[in-house]
Design a protein around this ligand. Structure first.
Ligand code: BES
Ligand code: MN
Ligand code: ZN
Length: 497
């Protein structure tokens, strides 16, 4: 699973003599002409109709004369854009899944003007395809792949993309791994263990709060969700310090419901197992910190994770119960299955103490968001246009897309109640938006955005498993902000005293 990555400058002619178990060659529709054996082979396969350069089209061969590689995989990558390179890399890697290939070379040598970003994309795609979940299998059959060598025409030009890609693979892998673990292997206490493990890395610190501390803070809403479970809650506070201590941090908040039964408003049995993924927001925050530890950008980041189970029980919250949040606002719980917003609202209030530049919460919050946007784009909600644009742009640059949704005040009408300051659900209509409107009440004191990843964080069906989204989006967002803060630091110094 963890692959050893290497970057190497190779000419197309040299590729033929590179010893490896498999050689993957990405073929664009307009390669620069060359008389090396591989280019000739590809040209004749195209001519005979056995190969196409459309993204993801494959031609696999074994022990080709004149080639030192055991297996050869030609794969089309269309115009060589990041998107098409991703499609190509995933398709090619998947052909090796049940093979014994250990040492693989992936050649990007035929791509014209190969950019650093495309190298990063290729690496992330390979890491993604090479991950396999083995933790709770008695006879694990992981991917045999040990080493991936990326062959490029000019190492120096693409080295930053290579380093970023390698760091992203580690973060995305960590996010997927924790998200995939069953709820009895990923309890709030175990998740807190993962946060503690991250704190061993450079520039990262972790404070873990338990029920007593959370009670003292007055997080009545978060505690109410946890009270039906035998597993004790945890509240994790991660610190990544990459800039001066005085620099205001960006806060990431990840929903960490390690299992969501719905509580007394219990969910139907079909597909309920997928509610082990209700901590994908939390897992994405852990993944981001793993990547930050390697990339060391000049920025400060706080990660907050409220983690607990949502269970039915003699002590569990009941519809009509009113709880008092840390903000002082009282909440009438009309549906115990709308628990995500109940844990997030207290984390939002806790975030105020950091005087943050921005706060982004990440949550598998609503089935309604799956209906609205499916599995392609995450839902983005923000009252701050600058923050919304930065996140949308990060989604595009990382190919981890999101789509902005509305926050008109009229959507909050349904949250009114006669028995508390606010109810935790409105009607069925616009469910993803009304959930965001609930959160917005607790985010008035800073620039805030909310990512609803209910449709994007995991796949159902035969390919059931976590996607690692939106780690890549969040990392690109943070990197974009780190650049800005460097500029502002330089400007500050340049200003006369
Ligand atoms: N974790 C779920 C949201 C969810 C459901 C994500 C299905 C992905 C697939 C969340 O806690 C929830 O149950 N939300 C309710 C809210 C409703 C009661 C207002 C929902 O979406 O049904
Ligand atoms: Mn729920
Ligand atoms: Zn939930």
């Amino acid at each position: 699973m963890i692959m050893d990555f290497e970057l190497k400058t190779l000419t197309r002619a040299r590729l033929c003599t590179e010893k490896c178990d498999a050689l993957i060659v990405l073929m664009p529709e307009n390669p620069a002409p060359s008389d090396d054996a591989l280019s000739q082979l590809a040209a004749s396969a195209i001519k005979s109709g056995d190969f196409e350069t459309k993204p993801g089209k494959l031609l696999c061969s074994y022990r080709v004369t004149g080639l030192s590689a055991t297996r050869l995989v030609l794969v089309g990558c269309g115009d060589g854009s990041a998107r098409n390179v991703r499609t190509a890399a995933v398709a090619a890697m998947n052909t090796l899944k049940n093979s014994n290939a250990k040492r693989v070379v992936l050649s990007l040598c035929n791509l014209n003007n190969l950019s650093s970003d495309v190298v990063c994309t290729a690496l992330v795609a390979c890491g993604d395809a090479a991950y396999s979940y083995v933790t709770t299998k008695s006879k694990p059959a992981p991917f045999k792949l040990e080493k991936l060598l990326l062959a490029v025409p000019d190492l120096a030009k693409v080295k930053p993309g290579f380093d970023k890609g390698r760091a992203l693979v580690k973060g995305i892998e960590l996010a997927k791994e924790w998200a995939n673990r069953p709820s009895n292997y990923a309890t709030p206490v175990m998740l807190a263990g993962a946060a503690k493990a991250l704190a061993k890395l450079p520039n990262i610190k972790a404070d873990i709060l338990g029920p007593k501390e959370v009670d003292k803070l007055g997080m009545g809403s978060f505690m109410a969700v946890a009270q039906g479970s035998a597993e004790p809650l945890r509240f994790m506070v991660l610190h990544y310090t990459g800039a001066a201590k005085a620099e205001a941090p960006i806060v990431l908040i990840g929903k960490g419901i390690t299992f969501d039964t719905g509580g007394i408003s219990i969910k139907p049995a079909g597909d309920m197992d997928e509610m082990k993924f209700d901590m994908c927001g939390a897992a994405s925050v852990l993944g981001v910190f793993r990547t930050l530890a390697d990339l060391k950008p000049a920025i400060n980041v706080i990660g907050l994770i409220p983690a607990c189970e949502n269970m039915p029980d003699g002590r569990a919250i009941k519809p009509s119960d009113v709880v008092t949040s840390m903000s002082g606002q009282t909440i009438e719980i009309l549906n115990t299955d709308a628990e995500g917003r109940l844990v997030l609202c207290d984390a939002l209030t806790y975030a105020e103490r950091f005087k943050p530049r921005a706060v982004v919460d990440i949550a598998t919050l609503t089935g309604a968001c799956v209906v609205a946007l499916g599995a392609v784009r995450s839902g983005l909600f923000s009252s701050n246009d600058g923050l919304a644009k930065a996140l949308l742009d990060a989604g595009e640059s990382s190919l981890d897309l999101c789509w902005r949704m509305p926050l008109d005040d009229e959507y909050a009408e349904g949250l009114k109640t006669n028995f508390a300051d606010v109810a935790n659900v409105a009607g069925r209509a616009g469910g993803a938006v009304t959930a965001a409107k609930f959160l917005q009440r607790f985010a008035a004191r800073f620039a805030w955005a909310h990512l609803d990843i209910a449709g994007t964080a995991w796949k159902s069906g035969a390919a059931k498993g976590a996607t690692g989204r939106p780690v890549a989006l969040l990392v690109d967002y943070l990197l974009s902000q780190a650049d800005n803060s460097k500029v502002s630091a330089v400007r500050k110094r340049a200003r006369p005293a």
